[in-house]
Every structure is written in C-alpha cells, then in structure tokens.
Design a protein around this ligand. Structure first.
Ligand SMILES: NC(=O)c1ccc[n+]([C@@H]2O[C@H](COP(=O)([O-])OP(=O)(O)OC[C@H]3O[C@@H](n4cnc5c(N)ncnc54)[C@H](O)[C@@H]3O)[C@@H](O)[C@H]2O)c1
Length: 256
C-alpha cells in the first residue's frame, strides 16, 4: 500500500488479536512499528514475529489507563525510529473480571464503568493527545481508532463497553473535524465478531451462532480482516477518507 514503507506507526494494544495482526501487516508493508501493550510478553512475541519476517518492530510495555506510560510509549517510539507518522488505537480491557461483569444498566457496578471508560475511552484520549502534536509538527498523519459493532446499539448487554465504543466514534470524528485541514486523518473501524486469541479462549458458541445468523458471509472474522482495513486507512491510499467509522463484520449490520 502506498505511503507505509519507511513510516513509523504505534499500535497501542498489539500483543494479540487485531492489534497484533495490524502490526504484522504494517511491517509487511515496510513500516516500522512500536507494539505497545500491557501484556509485554505478547507484545514481544508480535515484535519477534515481525523481526523474523524481515521487518522492524520494538515492543513497549504501557498501560492505556496511565498518562505517564502513554507518554513513554511515544517517547520510546521517537527514540527508536526518530519519528511517528500514525497511531492505531486498538487495546481494550476485555478481561473476564471487567467485561464479564458488564451487563445491563441496573446490574453493572460503578467500578466496571470506571475501568471500562478509563481504558477504552480515556486510553484513546491519552494516546491521541500524546501523538497528535508530533503529527501536526510533521504536517500530517493518520489515526485509526478501534470501536465495535456494539456501538451501533443492538446489544442489550455490555452497557459500559458499548458506551465507551460509541464515545470513541465521536472522538474519531472530533479529531478529523478539528485537524483535517492540517493534514490529520482520523478514522475508525467497528469490528464484528473476530476470532483472535481472546475470543478463541472464550469460545462462546452461542455468540458465534447469533453472529452467523445475522451475518451475510460464510465465516467468522479473522484479525487479518481488520488488519488490512486499518493498514489501508493508515496508508496514503486512503488520503481522501477522514472522520469515517466503518463497520467491518460480514454485513451483520447493513446501516451505520
Ligand atoms: N474481536 C472481536 O470480536 C471484536 C469485536 C468488536 C470490537 N473489538 C475491538 O477490537 C480491539 C481488539 O480486540 P481483540 O479482539 O483483538 O482482543 P485482544 O484481547 O486480543 O486485544 C486487546 C489488547 O488490548 C490489550 N490491553 C488490555 N488492557 C490494556 C491496557 N490497560 N493498556 C494497554 N493494553 C491493554 C490486551 O493485552 C490485548 O493485547 C478492541 O478494542 C476490541 O474492543 C473486537
């Protein structure tokens, strides 16, 4: 894809799943990648796979809920590669202890709300705030935010998670509206059911059947289905696309 080779991208949440797939895809296109994650072993494994395939990547431990560690993520990237050209916001707290207790409004504890908003929403606020000045200084850059089909409003559960994802849709548009004229592109993806490591472990057959019943496709999603879209949106091939949030999920939703 045009405009990825030799550029540097931060994948904020690249230990497993969609983030790992995107980091690998960006590196295969010739980009340099910082693989940030709270799961440093996973981030190192992604970076090692990239290295073995002839790409360049560095793994950095960071926590979306911690301002200082987000600043360090960006600082380490610039120290390693000399620049930053784009950001993929993809991490989210999908731990059973958090999202497993995120159900309906009446049953979800406030600590689940706080944790979910702190990581999934404020985490993307922190990373975007830390990266944007560097992109503006360079005269442009691209941000891709990972939302969810859940933000479209038909899931009766996961009230906090879906609210956090609806909020990042607006964050995506806010960045595009304010800095599009300065060369900044900000777009989002809303995945359908994508079988990364986390979903394979959970192996929720009821969810998989419900998804397939609503979808117009032959299979569940793979991380590479989202990685190709994120890489495209980060590339210069997408230079006239800004402020959009796309549903990528086997057509189980037809309107956005
Ligand atoms: N897989 C799906 O079906 C699906 C559907 C809709 C949306 N999404 C979204 O896609 C994104 C990727 O999800 P995935 O399915 O690849 O799952 P995943 O669990 O493989 O990826 C999430 C990553 O975020 C990291 N993370 C968690 N808390 C963090 C923190 N505090 N700081 C830094 N990193 C942290 C995890 O360690 C993990 O590497 C998420 O934003 C998720 O909400 C996924």
């Amino acid at each position: 894809m045009r405009g990825l080779r030799g550029k540097t991208f931060i994948v904020a949440g690249g230990a497993t799943g969609i983030g790992a797939g995107t980091a690998e895809r960006l590196a295969a296109e010739g980009a340099f990648v910082t693989v940030g994650d709270i799961n440093i072993q996973g981030a190192e494994a992604t970076a090692e796979r990239i290295g073995r395939s002839g790409g360049r990547a560095v793994a950095v431990e960071f926590d979306l809920s911690d301002d200082e560690s987000v600043r360090e993520l960006v600082g380490r990237t610039i120290a390693e590669f000399g620049a930053v050209d784009g950001l993929h916001n993809v991490g989210a707290d999908l731990s059973p202890d958090n999202i497993g207790r995120d159900t309906s409004l009446l049953d979800t504890d406030m600590d689940v709300w706080r944790r979910t908003l702190d990581v999934n929403l404020l985490g993307y606020v922190r990373t975007s705030r830390a990266v944007l000045p560097h992109l503006l200084e360079k005269g442009g850059g691209s941000i891709v935010i990972t939302s969810s089909g859940g933000s479209l409003g038909t899931d009766p559960s996961h009230v906090a998670y879906n609210a956090s994802k609806a909020a990042v849709n607006q964050l995506t548009r806010h960045i595009a509206v304010n800095w599009g004229g300065a060369g900044i592109r900000s777009n989002g993806v809303m995945p359908g059911l994508v079988m990364g490591e986390t979903q394979e472990q959970q192996n929720d057959l009821e969810l998989q059947q419900a998804f397939m019943a609503a979808a117009r496709t032959t299979r569940l999603g793979k991380p590479s289905d989202l990685a190709s879209v994120a890489a495209f949106l980060l590339s210069d091939e997408a230079e006239w696309i800004n402020g959009q949030v796309w549903y990528i999920g086997g057509a189980s939703h037809l309107r956005q």
